[in-house]
Design a protein around this ligand. Structure first.
Ligand code: COA
Length: 265
């Protein structure tokens, strides 16, 4: 597939998506969001890919927000459609059944902060800055920011940062739980790779179950505990369970097969 606004590369079964509009600080126009969505969807379906890293091109920005020049003349209907389309793709990142890590290498503002928050794990370099500056423009976050920021840092802090638009630096982000790790700039991608390398050795079927159960906690009308009971039961029909438990009893490392079709009934 040919992409125009993102670069993709594969190294050790890890797909790295680099948002590549550095002259616009990697601002997300509709085309870029679509391309990210397609790359994630393809990687999820590809048994040769173990996990995904999303980062930004250049030394300054992960993503400095939705592309303001694209929506400046939108009306209410167009604004709502823009938001709905973004939600759909960001939800598909959050529910991707392989680990997705945001490697936040600079400004993660507006849609950039929202993109990072839709990933399963966030690692920031020490120059990263997070923020939701939308109210400066007369809009509110439209790609999940009012919801996911609460999930990660709590209601009180979320309201403060959404209303003041103050930026959160990498160290604060670590203290707030907005990011999992802070690294130097040159250690950012290696740290993300190290995390995926660990996950890669685990049961892909069980990893997908963990992602579904954690997301169930944040899904209206879904009982996360019941989701866990159901997912736990399904594991017992899987080849991964047979391999994992047999390997333990045989005192050897389990070898899981990502390509294998698993009976989920
Ligand atoms: N949408 C469109 N273009 C953007 C952008 C965005 N969200 N963020 C940055 N850019 C563009 C700038 O317009 C500029 O383009 P130009 O060189 O053609 O004029 C280029 O990226 C570089 O940005 P600049 O503002 O010159 O860099 P800076 O270092 O002075 O400031 C920021 C960096 C991130 C503080 C500043 O770019 C900014 O505030 N961006 C908007 C953040 C925002 O409100 N995001 C939420 C959008 S809903």
């Amino acid at each position: 597939m040919t992409y125009h606004n993102i670069l993709i590369s594969v190294h050790n079964e890890i797909l790295t998506i680099t948002i590549n509009r550095p002259d616009k600080l990697n601002a997300l126009n509709k085309k870029t969001i679509e391309e990210i969505g397609n790359a994630v969807k393809n990687a999820e379906a590809d048994s040769s890919i173990a996990g995904i890293i999303i980062t930004g091109a250049g030394p300054k920005a992960f993503v400095a927000g939705a592309d303001i020049s694209e929506f400046v003349n939108y009306n209410a209907k167009e604004g709502k459609e823009l938001s709905a389309a973004g939600h759909k793709i960001f939800n598909s990142i959050e529910t991707c059944e392989k680990p997705v890590i945001a490697a936040v290498n600079g400004f993660a503002l507006g849609g950039g902060c929202e993109l990072a928050m839709s990933c399963h794990i966030r690692v920031a370099s020490d120059n990263a800055k997070f923020g939701q500056p939308e109210v400066n423009l007369g809009v509110i976050p439209g790609y999940g920011g009012t919801q996911r920021l609460i999930h990660l840092i709590g209601k009180g802090k979320a309201l403060e940062y959404l209303m003041t638009t103050d930026m959160i630096n990498a160290q604060q982000a670590l203290e707030f739980g907005l990011v999992n790790h802070v690294t130097t700039q040159d250690q950012l991608i290696p740290k993300c790779e190290e995390i995926i390398e660990k996950i890669k050795k685990k049961s892909p079927n069980a990893i997908a179950g963990v992602i579904r159960c954690v997301n169930a906690n944040f899904t209206d009308g879904v009982d996360g505990f019941q989701a866990e009971i159901d997912e736990f039961g399904k594991c017992f029909n899987s080849g991964d369970f047979k391999e994992g438990t047999t390997a333990f009893l045989e005192k050897r490392s389990a070898v899981f097969n990502r390509g294998k079709k698993i009976n989920q009934d």
